[in-house]
Design a protein around this ligand. Sequence first.
Ligand code: PEP
Ligand code: MN
Length: 291
Amino acid sequence: MSAKWQEQFSGFHRVRKTPEYARSVVRVGDVSFGAGEFIVMAGPCSVESERQLMQTAEAVAAAGAHVLRGGAFKPRSSPYSFQGLGQEGLKLLAKARERTGLAIVTEVMSESDVELVAEYADIMQVGSRNMEHFSLLERLGSCARPVLLKRGMVATLHDLLRSAECLAGAGNANILLCERGIRTFDTVTRNTFDIAAVPLLKSVTHLPVIVDPSHAAGIRDLVPILARAGAVAGADGLLVEVHPEPEKALSDGEQSLTFEQFTAMMRDLEEYVRLAPKRAEFDVVVGGRRA
Ligand code: PEP
Ligand code: MN
């Protein structure tokens, strides 16, 4: 790959890849992102009830997931949609962690909730709608938890890395970048999965990169195929929505996998993970030298 397109990222001193610092590993308990293992974070879009969450946590753990996802504070596009269970949802997530041993990733939407969410979460999710919520990023700089930073639905990769640089500058360089699809003129899929973002980000930054095929597709049956594409493109892992009864989900049911689909996806993924590019393929020329 030519070094020319990389120059536009050269001002991001904290998150860009350099020959001296080519890769960072983000650790959460015994889970390591960016160390070679493909990490799967799975669970419902929203925490809805104890029964829904525990069933899902046990099913995804049995299928091999490493981290449980679930929103307690939900950034809904409509004020009339389910807004999440708030702290009650966080407590249920903590209970699911106790039961299954899975680490927890959950979204934080406001700087005034950072302390509360950090009490329960192992990874703090910043959603697409908040990627440029700079006061939130500033506050997350000192939250002592890794941050999963989702690409804004109309954000360029430059915009995404600028937000990552803000977080790192605020004191928190434990960042997972997440490609979750961007808005384009097509309306069949919910978003357009920007698969090139994966190798591109892996080439210009040392941060781990994960993909979210659920929000990219918006269509359940496409999710396992996009997940494989993410693995083959070199993603460090996956964020995926799973629900015991997707047709009854309070949010994002159309894109949520059933337990059976998730289990099949996990089984099938292995051979695609093996096809990921070699690390050297991302070790492209940085500032005239090889990273
Ligand atoms: C989610 O993960 O449920 C979510 C709201 O995602 P995004 O911010 O990517 O829309
Ligand atoms: Mn969702």
